[in-house]
Design a protein around this ligand. Structure first.
Ligand code: ZN
Length: 261
């Protein structure tokens, strides 16, 4: 594609460019395959967080209901005491005793109001919890389905990646075998030393990987794409790419321009 219409491109140069493309894709796939377990784990933990929150709210609701029953029990006990004290009002002998008993009853009634306020708080808290629980339970099936689908998608993606990787590695083997030992050695050495990129395009006199300008004579040699030349700065194998056509030319020959880019 890069050299369309140019017949004299060095055959091994074509191969190393393709090899570079394959290696780039393989490392992209490796990175993606490597990130998938963490993505799957994140999905699992989303679901378990969801379930945990629901469980915590259910426990709080049960505790709330238990506390409410206890408070209601306390009120019953106090009411029993009040009614006993009311009966005793008829048995007291002095006004003083009568007033003391009334005072006792008032105190107990005031305790009941305090407890009733607590019960009201519990009821409001229970309403809120029940709302959250209902909402979570209605979403639970969807949430499980979503996590299930996403997990299946990740699994399928992993399989696709593995299949593509396997094909690319087979293709890589063929290409590597077709290169001379020397060139393959240069390719591998530079690839390992230069962040996985052993081949660089030259555009407008510059190596596009290290951004250093080529000496004019070297640039001229590279422009032919007929020889294997390495960058004097980064040691990458160089190939020349035609500059993009001028806008006017591109408009005149849009079909051909599209084929080039
Ligand atoms: Zn360079």
């Amino acid at each position: 594609m890069i050299f369309e219409g140019r017949r004299k491109v060095h055959p091994e140069l074509r191969t190393v460019i393709e090899l570079q493309e394959v290696d780039r894709r393989v490392s992209e796939l490796d990175a993606q395959i490597g990130s998938l377990p963490a993505e799957a784990a994140a999905l699992e933990s989303q679901l378990s967080d969801f379930l945990h929150t629901l469980e915590v709210r259910k426990e709080r609701l049960a505790k709330n209901q238990k506390e409410r029953r206890e408070l209601e029990g306390e009120i019953k006990e106090i009411q029993a005491r009040i009614s006993k004290h009311r009966d005793q009002l008829y048995e007291v002998k002095t006004n003083e005793q009568y007033r003391a008993m009334l005072h006792e009853i008032e105190g107990e009634e005031s305790n009941i109001r305090t407890i009733e306020d607590k019960i009201l708080e519990k009821m409001m808290e229970a309403d809120e919890l029940e709302g959250h629980i209902r909402e979570a339970e209605s979403r639970l099936a969807d949430e499980k389905a979503r996590v299930g689908q996403e997990t299946a998608r990740l699994r399928a993606l992993r399989q696709e990646d593995m299949d593509e990787r396997e094909k690319l590695l087979a293709r890589r083997k063929e290409m590597a075998a077709s290169l001379s030992d020397d060139l393959l050695q240069v390719y591998e050495r530079v690839r390992h030393g230069r962040g996985g990129v052993a081949v660089a395009a030259v555009r407008e006199g510059f190596c596009t990987e290290c951004h250093v300008a080529l000496r004019p004579q070297l640039y001229n040699e590279v422009r032919s794409n007929e020889a294997l030349i390495t960058c004097e700065s980064c040691a990458r194998i160089l190939y020349y790419v035609e500059p993009p056509a001028e806008p006017q030319e591109a408009a005149d020959a849009s079909g051909q321009a599209a084929a080039h880019h």
